[in-house]
Ligand binder design. Structure first.
Ligand code: COA
Length: 309
């Protein structure tokens, strides 16, 4: 479709971005799943439960501000001067085969403007941005319902992952807190467990950034561990907001590092923080052997997609 203008977003687009995301919610409910209630009557946390920080200008502004300050690209699409689509990207510096790539982290088109080429225009603008910076690849993690769209715009399935539930286990571990450490860009690490989105985004998203009291109560942490060969790996835990006795677990490690001891270290850290379980998203098929040997319970599966930029 002609008449679509794609440009970098600014914080001044917050209200329009919130409107795009809210346009996909049919019914607003207390506590996310309780009785119906007008949007205006819902506290910020209840709105967040309908789809994340984009659901209120107050939380969307915090999220966009963080994203823009980290120099992660955000694009918006305008039709007749109105912002009707939004795409958020992360510059993922992981070594091959995961990066360096531009990761499309989120793409939403206003419900009233779907099916008119806005989503495609945002993807193509992202690909152009990637080419400009010399990144050959765009990656993404689509929702199941959006997979046909991603196929139409040139993506194909790339990595298959499965989530496994591991019990927290008491044990000794040598790990140095690195909760606020910057992303270890020169350490040659890749995200070996917990590949939600991409290695850089999982790192940046680990702390709970929204200033909502409900999130501040949740435990999270990041630690550095030394590897036997002299290198380093980083472990992360992040409480699941809707099930806070469970954590999502993350391991950033060199591709050749033995993952088994790092997963066990994560189970010890989970016990130390008082979690009952840690969920580990592992790449298939290697992750399956590791998880089955330890009796972990299989959970959801997930596919990451990619296309040439
Ligand atoms: C998915 C979404 C971003 C697509 O944006 P859009 O502007 O509606 O898509 P476009 O009009 O640019 O469509 C591009 C192509 O994909 C096709 N397409 C779009 N949605 C499709 C679907 N659900 N099934 C099959 N094909 C689809 C279009 O027919 C079009 O094909 P063509 O250009 O070859 O004719 C939009 O529908 C949306 O915001 N959905 C809700 C949020 C969401 O699911 N986001 C993705 C999360 S990962």
């Amino acid at each position: 479709m002609t008449g679509i203008r794609v440009r970098p977003a600014t914080l001044a687009d917050t209200a329009a971005v919130t409107a795009i995301h809210c346009s996909h919610v049919q019914t607003w409910r207390r506590g996310g799943k309780g009785e119906e209630a007008p949007y205006e009557d819902l506290p910020l946390y209840d709105r967040w439960l309908h789809g994340g920080p984009w659901m209120s200008v107050e939380t969307c502004a915090v999220h966009l501000n963080r994203w823009l300050r980290a120099s992660h690209p955000v694009l918006v699409a305008e039709v007749e001067g109105r912002v009707v689509g939004e795409a958020e990207f992360v510059v993922n510096p992981e070594p091959l085969p995961y990066g360096p790539a531009l990761h499309l982290s989120l793409l939403f088109v206003h419900a009233d403007h779907r099916g008119r080429g806005v989503g495609r225009a945002l993807v193509e603008a992202g690909a152009a941005l990637a080419r400009e910076h010399g990144w050959a690849v765009l990656t993404t993690q689509p929702e199941r319902e959006a997979e046909p769209f991603y196929r139409r715009v040139g993506f194909e399935p790339w990595l298959y992952l499965r989530e496994w539930q591991a019990p927290a286990v008491e044990g000794e571990i040598q790990a140095e807190p690195a909760h606020h450490a910057p992303y270890p860009i020169d350490a040659g690490v890749v995200l070996r467990a917990g590949r939600y989105q991409c290695g850089r985004q999982a790192w940046d998203d680990l702390p709970f950034h929204l200033a909502l009291a409900e999130h501040q109560r949740l435990r999270w942490g990041r630690w550095r561990v030394s590897l036997p060969n002299g290198g380093a790996a980083w472990l992360g835990l992040h409480a699941q907001p809707l099930n806070p006795s469970q954590a999502d677990g993350f391991v950033w490690a060199p591709p050749e590092a033995d993952l088994g001891p790092l997963v066990e270290a994560l189970q010890h850290l989970a016990a130390r923080l008082g979690f009952a379980y840690v969920d580990l998203l592992l790449e298939e098929p290697e992750g399956r052997d590791l998880a089955r040997a330890r009796g972990f319970e299989p959970q959801n599966d997930l596919t990451l997609w990619r296309r040439e930029a």
